[in-house]
Design a protein around this ligand. Structure first.
Ligand code: NAD
Length: 374
């Protein structure tokens, strides 16, 4: 298979983790007999330095000519957000890409390996039940894209944000969720606030209608407040969770904390034609940029998602995921997943090994080349 990939490392740790992810992609290309043509482009502060724009036309043009986008992360140090180089950097780059390519579905898998239970905020007995779910968040509707208004009424300042969904938007994301469930454990939990909101009532109705086309997939509806509780109480009950833009924004970030580090998660944003952008959900981690200590796993798992969702290369995606799991199970730990361990210092020395960004990729490559079965 021959594919063109736009590679956009961005800022901060973006370059460091992307370099490791590309090493993994190169091994997949070589060992599975594919041709991946990767072309780098700038976004965020890195692009601002050269073009005076966070998302230059050159980068958008490259994305248009590519089969998929592999994205790092953008943004500057939190204390420098007011400077022109960093002001609105994320909105101008990543939100711009979402709008330009009409990415309507965001996938975020959340899985906790029992070996990493020490760094999860969840109790061991909760993790032992198995935590392995995917959030499917609608990305183009809700109050993010409805009318925003701040005005004055009877001498008081008021503000409104219109939350809008039409039935086609809901049906489209529901199909994405049911298809994803068929590749997993055949269960969809649809999250809404149908006891209060009209757009949630429509959401629930349309998801139920779409479910008739997937009789092999179990559908349950859950109110968003209950879902927030269940995520912490017993996340093992979830397989695919499909929800609106705003509920998905909040719930998927809460779920992202469960594995213990942002450096362990990948995400994908897809449009209705199947074109996709793959990125770690975390930011540019300016606090550790340049130290070589970033965890490359999130970016490497983004490569696996790209192989699966954009190129339908399931065996290759699974091989990368197995290699990551094998490296983690063998005790390899970057700083973010080492320091929180509750194990005693002596025990930690024998069971886990603190390594840097490049060494973590070395380990993953070793397992990938051995084609491990986890
Ligand atoms: P962040 O996600 O960059 O970092 C939060 C914490 O997680 C930090 O302690 C960081 O060191 C750690 N972390 C994140 N990824 C890691 C990795 N791969 N390995 C090890 N540790 C990791 O959030 P922040 O510090 O609030 O934001 C920094 C910048 O990133 C800001 O400019 C923000 O706007 C931007 N941001 C960008 C995106 C994006 O590009 N999609 C997302 C979120 C934040």
């Amino acid at each position: 298979m021959e594919k063109k990939i736009a590679v956009i490392p961005g800022d901060g740790i973006g370059e460091e983790v992307m370099a490791q992810a590309l090493r993994v992609l190169n091994v997949v290309e070589r060992d599975f007999g594919h041709k991946f043509v990767t072309t780098k482009a700038l976004a965020g502060g890195a692009a601002y330095d050269k073009y005076g724009s966070h998302m230059p036309e050159e980068t958008l043009a490259l994305c248009r000519q590519s089969d998929a986008i592999l994205f790092g992360s953008v943004g500057g140090p939190v204390a420098e957000m007011h400077l022109p180089k960093w002001k609105n950097c994320e909105a101008n780059s990543i939100l711009n890409l979402r709008k330009t390519f009409k990415f309507n579905a965001n996938f975020r898998p959340v899985k906790i390996l029992p070996e990493l239970q020490d760094i999860s905020p969840l109790k061991a007995e909760v993790i032992q039940r198995g935590v392995d779910m995917v959030f499917v968040r609608e990305l183009l509707g809700d109050c993010y894209f409805g009318e925003h208004k701040t005005f004055s009424e009877n001498g008081k300042r008021k503000a409104t944000d219109l939350a809008v969904y039409d039935e086609d938007q809901v049906a489209s994301i529901a199909h994405v969720a049911f298809k994803a469930a068929r590749l997993r454990r055949n269960k969809v939990t649809s999250v809404d606030k149908a006891n209060v909101l009209d757009n949630s009532k429509l959401w629930r109705q349309v998801v139920t209608e779409v479910s008739k086309e997937y009789p092999d997939v179990e559908l349950e509806h859950m109110l968003v407040d209950n879902c927030a509780m269940q995520l912490i109480r017993d996340p093992s009950q979830f397989d695919v969770v499909v929800t609106t833009n705003m509920f998905g924004d909040i719930l998927s970030d809460a779920a992202a904390v469960l594995p213990g580090s942002l450096g362990l998660l990948a995400s994908a944003s897809l449009n209705q034609e199947g074109f996709g952008l793959y990125e770690p959900p975390g930011g540019s981690a300016q606090d550790i940029a340049g130290t070589g200590t970033a965890n490359p796993v999130a970016q490497i798992l983004s490569v696996a998602m790209m192989l699966r969702y954009s190129f339908s290369l399931e065996a290759e995606a699974a091989a990368v995921e197995r290699a990551v799991e094998a490296a983690l199970k063998s005790g390899c730990r970057t700083r973010d997943i080492f320091r929180h361990s509750k194990a005693s210092a002596a025990e930690e020395q024998t069971t886990t090994r603190l390594i840097n960004c490049q060494e973590m990729a070395d380990e993953i490559l070793k397992h990938l080349e051995q084609k491990v079965l986890v």
